[in-house]
Ligand binder design. Structure first.
Ligand SMILES: Nc1ncnc2c1ncn2[C@@H]1O[C@H](COP(=O)(O)OP(=O)(O)OP(=O)(O)O)[C@@H](O)[C@H]1O
Ligand SMILES: [Mg+2]
Length: 196
């Protein structure tokens, strides 16, 4: 059972985008749309991808994850019992975030949730922060590095997904970016995830 949760309690940080692009490289057996707004389900419907999708109505619906070899969970941009259960079940948590001040504040709040869940589960639950949707000219992320280093339950991934017009263009087709430098980055991200 391999469970990847893409989670950040702040809305619009790139969870569904990251999920969509990782599906292309990780080919999970199951996609869990854990967002009431069903964004990833709507995107996938635009494509001919016949990946199995479930939409859990309660945390207990996530017990199905024990019976599938690999799954990816697209969490909603808010705190919820379902998101918390997903964080408890996940082997790997990916947290997309830009380095905007409000995104940084949200990481601090999310770290508190991870700390709480770690204590509850008596094991350290860590989220891997993916810098996402930053201007293409930006390459210095020292402030973000400092912030994440100071957070007890977060680690910064060694990869940055810059803002790219290719990403929404592919999303309109219900697909991840399939070629070029953006696809190469998601491919690298998938390889890193497989080592976590
Ligand atoms: N790296 C990127 N480059 C360009 N656009 C991006 C990038 N990442 C995300 N976006 C765009 O930003 C918007 C928000 O992204 P997305 O829907 O993935 O966020 P989310 O975290 O899933 O939001 P929610 O919390 O509402 O579910 C979308 O329009 C998406 O296409
Ligand atoms: Mg989303």
């Amino acid at each position: 059972m391999r469970v990847i949760a893409v989670a950040n309690q702040k809305g619009g940080t790139g969870k569904s985008t990251t999920t969509l692009n990782l599906i292309h490289h990780l080919s999970p057996a199951l996609l869990v749309d854990a967002d009431v707004h069903q964004g990833i389900s709507k995107l996938i419907q635009l494509s001919d991808n016949d990946i199995r999708i479930i939409r859990p109505a309660s945390p207990s619906d996530l017990s199905i994850l024990n019976n599938v070899p690999s799954s990816i969970i697209d969490c909603g941009g808010f705190d919820s019992d379902i998101t918390r259960k997903a964080l408890e079940l996940a082997n790997t948590i990916i947290t997309p975030s830009s380095d905007d001040p409000l995104d940084q504040f949200a990481l601090i709040d999310f770290n508190d949730v991870l700390e709480f869940l770690s204590e509850k589960n008596k094991r350290k639950i860590v989220a891997h922060v993916l810098i996402n949707r930053v201007h293409h000219s930006r390459n210095n992320f020292n402030e973000m590095k400092e912030l994440v280093e100071g957070l007890s339950h977060m680690k910064l991934l060694p990869i940055v997904i810059h803002a790219s017009a290719q990403i929404p263009k592919s999303a309109f087709k219900g697909e991840g970016v399939k070629s070029g430098s953006v696809a190469a980055k998601y491919s690298k991200l998938a390889k890193i995830i497989n080592t976590l």
